[in-house]
Write a protein that binds this ligand. Structure first.
Ligand code: UDP
Ligand code: MG
Length: 138
């Protein structure tokens, strides 16, 4: 059972002014903030983050989209963080996301789907390390 997960508020969510509402939703769902950063990914860095999807047909568009504007990178803590956060964000495709989930409330499309959420403890640790060193975590 993990106690950290990693999320990004994606360019659509930030660009549409949903940063505050999404962070509020996350905190009210019982997650604490361990680390947080506001930044824009270069295409190269977005490509590295999504390296596991390199062979997928949506990869090039995804890299372009994820580097198109600023994002908020956040490490979150809670018991069972990875699994519980996936429930809070909902399905990848917002049309299939449960009512009340972040993607149901804030996402525009399967690509511009408002937030990222780690899919395993191992990936949560890798993704957190991609953005933050140990002096940036509280
Ligand atoms: N994505 C996309 N088209 C697809 C599937 C995924 O553009 O058909 C994008 C979407 O932004 C998604 C990201 O690629 O969040 C990573 O895909 P994954 O299957 O890991 O979904 P997630 O774990 O984010 O729900
Ligand atoms: Mg994923």
């Amino acid at each position: 059972m993990s106690n950290i997960t990693f999320t990004m508020l994606k360019p659509d969510a930030v660009g549409n002014g949903h940063t505050g509402a999404i962070l509020d939703h996350i905190i009210k769902s019982g997650f604490g903030i361990v680390a947080m950063k506001y930044l824009q990914l270069t295409p190269e860095r977005a490509g590295q983050f999504y390296e596991v999807h390199k062979a997928r047909p949506f990869y090039n568009d995804l890299v372009k989209y994820m580097s198109s504007g600023p994002i908020v990178a956040v490490i979150l803590t809670k018991d069972n963080a990875v699994e519980d956060f996936r429930k809070v964000i909902g399905a990848t495709d917002p049309a299939k996301a449960e009512p009340g989930t972040i993607r149901n409330l804030f996402a525009k499309s399967i690509e511009a789907n408002a937030v990222h959420g780690s899919d395993s403890d191992e990936n949560a640790a890798i993704e957190a390390g991609f953005f933050f060193n140990r002096f940036e975590r509280f």
